[in-house]
Design a binder for this molecule. Sequence first.
Ligand SMILES: CCCCCCCC/C=C/C=C/CC(=O)SCCNC(=O)CCNC(=O)[C@H](O)C(C)(C)COP(=O)(O)OP(=O)(O)OC[C@H]1O[C@@H](n2cnc3c(N)ncnc32)[C@H](O)[C@@H]1OP(=O)(O)O
Length: 281
Amino acid sequence: MLHTNLSRLLASGGPKRLISTVNKLTTVEVNDKTGIAILTMNRPPVNGLNLELLQDLKSSIDEIEGNKSRGLILTSSSPTIFSAGLDILEMYKPDMDRCRAFWSQLQETWLALYGSSVPTAAAINGHSPAGGCLLATSCEYRVMVPKFTIGLNETQLGMIAPQWFMSAFLSVLPQREAERALNQGRMFTTEEALRVGLIDETANSKEEAIEKCAAFIGTFAKVNPLARSLTKQQFRAADLQQLKNGRKEDLEKFLFTVSQPALQKGLGIYLEGLKKKVKKQ
Ligand SMILES: CCCCCCCC/C=C/C=C/CC(=O)SCCNC(=O)CCNC(=O)[C@H](O)C(C)(C)COP(=O)(O)OP(=O)(O)OC[C@H]1O[C@@H](n2cnc3c(N)ncnc32)[C@H](O)[C@@H]1OP(=O)(O)O
């Protein structure tokens, strides 16, 4: 009951205090009464994860860790896109120095979100392919609005999802399901995602999704915060350590991959397809 009241208060727009608007591409709002922080991505049109959005996400996660919030809910300001994943323009005909900084920041941001000490949930209020799915599966709970899609579609782009993308996916899906979906580059509808367990609940609106995420975070209200956070970290330690140990190698593999002419050709065709789709409408 307490949890339901907390989540209703949060969703009803009860007393909210805007703690930070410092970052250009993210905002953090902490509800005074519940102590839950809503972290909103705001990089139109599709929340493509470029270097700057990744930097802002990391600094917002740090801020939420530092201000003793009771939980973090990740969402988007777009009515139809949670995140379109990595900004393909960071990988297409890239400046290699920026590309290096981009991938290193992606690693950094993932380590912060997946390893966050506070309870995390994603209110998925739009499409969530690839890197968008990585963000969502790095959270502990997912609530998604109908008529959108989510999944790791890397193989469709001729790319291989790195091991740590797979770790987050595998922390949510059974191995058999995860392996098949990754090999196919499968995008799940909201309903399919619920059926396989890629999301935990559906909601009819962003507000309801946030309410349900807050209710999930509320389930920890009576649990010792340190015991909860250390338990979470033990569950995730091997995945986090694997990337920490292999960061340099992972970066080099990425740089090698994006510098392949065949990949560049594929990305060019993919981008062209996205643009043609816009013109047709
Ligand atoms: C062994 C280990 C090896 C390690 C090596 C690692 C290898 C590299 C790994 C890479 C991993 C990559 C993961 C990714 O995240 S790649 C990105 C994948 N994302 C997608 O495929 C999504 C593509 N976008 C869409 O499907 C749609 O845009 C959608 C999100 C469904 C939204 O549709 P809609 O609302 O209709 O919007 P538009 O399609 O019209 O898009 C509006 C404009 O935004 C541009 N756009 C869309 N997505 C991206 C993107 N991801 N990056 C850059 N730009 C994007 C689109 O072209 C439109 O642009 P414009 O208005 O200029 O025409």
